[in-house]
Design a binder for this molecule. Structure first.
Ligand code: ZN
Length: 220
């Protein structure tokens, strides 16, 4: 398996191709590739992305069948089933890189900000479970002057939520934490721009930051 850095470079190059519409012929689905992969897969990156229809991971990174292990959920939140999916892939396939892929103008983040400013109380418990996971990373922004600037508030809230999800993955699972420390697994936070198509890898996890280990464990 390639290293985390090589995996990240591959995604950067794929996103460059996507932005410049210079698609790689190798990533197009084909019968032969499908048959080749039927027996086994070895995805080189795990993407935890938002469900938004405008951010399909394979397309924005110009990757093909068998390349990416993708988990999508509104607001790219981290709940136990997302952690479990990441654990499964790093253990089973030795995948060296995890990307938390949020995006500009994310509806789940905007819905959470709206709920914090004007609590409706009327959401279904299922929808609320998403809002509740976004809330801790964005609510302190409402105590700042950003509160009166909706565009800037959304911009910072999206990034805060991506950072929180990446930190939660790094420290909310013993399995993942161990892989980071011993096998060079990296968890990187990135933001996709709906306007430009560019992915900004702004929260690059180092091999092991030796950071706080208890911060995110209680949220599950
Ligand atoms: Zn979204």
């Amino acid at each position: 398996m390639i290293s985390a850095k090589e995996a990240l470079d591959r995604l950067r190059e794929g996103n460059r191709r996507f932005v410049s519409e210079d698609w790689s012929g190798e990533t197009l689905p084909s019968t032969s590739r499908r048959r080749e992969l039927a027996g086994a897969q070895q995805p080189f990156a795990i993407i935890l992305g938002c469900s938004d229809s405008r951010v399909p991971a394979e397309m924005v990174f110009d990757q093909g069948l068998g390349d990416l292990f993708v988990i999508r959920v509104a607001g790219n939140i981290v709940a136990p089933s997302q952690i479990g999916s990441v654990e499964f892939a790093v253990e089973r396939y030795a995948t060296p890189l995890v990307i938390v892929l949020g995006h500009t103008m994310c509806g789940a983040i905007q819905a959470t900000l709206e709920e914090l400013e004007r609590p409706s109380g009327g959401r279904s418990p299922n929808l609320r479970s998403i809002v509740d996971r976004v809330r801790p990373s964005v609510e302190e922004l409402l105590e700042t002057p950003l509160r009166s600037d909706p565009a800037a508030l959304t911009y910072h809230a999206v990034r805060a939520n991506i950072r929180a999800s990446a930190a939660h993955l790094r420290h909310g699972s013993q399995t993942i934490e161990q892989m980071i420390q011993t096998r060079g697994l990296r968890v990187v936070g990135a933001e996709y721009s709906l306007e430009t198509g560019v992915v900004d890898f702004f929260d690059e996890g180092e091999a092991w930051d030796g950071g706080v280990h208890t911060e995110f464990t209680s949220g599950g």
